[in-house]
Design a protein around this ligand. Structure first.
Ligand code: PAF
Length: 291
């Protein structure tokens, strides 16, 4: 099976290295030609509790033809810039809202698979990541694309996978958790676990998750478990993690705040639903991005 992973960030490097290690014909796409060439020669290194591996992965600057699966792991603001003319199934495992809609308009819904991953990966330097904690990758067909081959190849690469009939719901669940945790860690410059130890921050996280869930409900989603409890459990399970948003702020990169809190605010406006706390953290993060 030929698999292309788009995006040389923390998740893209992790997925590409693990797929290559399992014997899958893997290509990583990095739009920056200079970095692609460096990654090509030095390989991708993954540090984890099981040791450190360096995998040699083919790195190119555009999506090759003849692929059996394309996994999109670029930051959400880059999705609309991708050139995807492949007819292969396209799987998005990105954070945030709006990626599915953008990919539907570029490749069509019939080849689209969507999902989320709770693998915890930190980009230490170009082509080097720390796999801080194992997670679960949930994915399913957006409309009619069979999910079986993608599930199988990821499982073979050592990922814990689950099929879902409602990938939209899985994406919203992750967005609600991210909307609670990520802006607070980025604003306070703290690891995930600290949120639980600061009562005001913990309450703000709970309030942010509630606002996100209310907006998800206006889109027809209902959640069987309390996402506030899930967010608190996530902070505890990933207590030493530097959230992806804090990693971006520390590295001076653009964050995914627009696709998380920004999208929640935008969608809330369609139903005149107030989301005051989400709006404020979104505005503060936009301020940080531009300072
Ligand atoms: O974006 C992230 O960093 C992760 O989704 C999460 C769950 C906040 C853990 O760090």
């Amino acid at each position: 099976m030929k698999v292309t992973v788009i995006g040389p960030g923390a998740m893209g490097c992790l997925f590409a290295a693990r797929l290559a290690k399992s014997g899958v014909d893997t290509t990583l796409v990095d739009h920056r030609i200079d970095r692609a060439s460096r990654l090509n020669s030095k390989g991708i290194t993954v540090e984890s509790g099981d040791g450190t591996i360096t995998e040699s992965v083919r790195v190119v600057s555009s999506v090759p033809t003849g692929q059996d699966l394309v996994i999109v792991l670029v930051k959400s603001h880059v999705t609309k810039l991708l050139t995807l003319n492949s007819r292969a199934p396209v799987l998005t495992l990105q954070n945030g809202l709006g990626n599915i809609e953008t990919l539907c308009s570029s490749v069509g819904s019939s080849v689209l698979l969507a999902g989320v991953t709770t693998e915890a990966s930190t980009l230490l330097e170009e082509g080097r990541v720390r796999h801080a904690a194992r997670g679960i990758t949930r994915l399913g067909s957006w409309t009619s694309c069979p999910a079986g081959p993608a599930l199988k190849v990821l499982e073979k690469a050592g990922f814990a996978v689950e099929q879902t009939d409602s990938p939209g719901q899985a994406v919203w669940e992750k967005v609600a958790i991210n909307a609670g945790i990520n802006p607070i860690t980025a604003l306070l410059n703290v690891e995930n676990g600290r949120i639980l130890e600061i009562p005001e921050a913990r309450q703000l996280m709970r309030d942010l998750v509630v606002e996100a869930v209310k907006v998800a409900c206006t889109e027809g989603y209902r959640f069987e478990r309390s996402l506030v409890e899930v967010a608190e459990a996530t902070c505890a399970e990933t207590k030493t993690n530097v959230s992806s948003m804090l990693q971006d702020v520390r590295a001076g990169r653009r964050t995914e705040i627009d696709a998380i809190s920004g999208e929640i605010v935008k969608r809330a406006q369609h139903s005149a639903l107030p989301t005051p706390r989400t709006r404020v953290v979104w505005q503060l993060l936009k301020g940080i991005e531009q300072r």
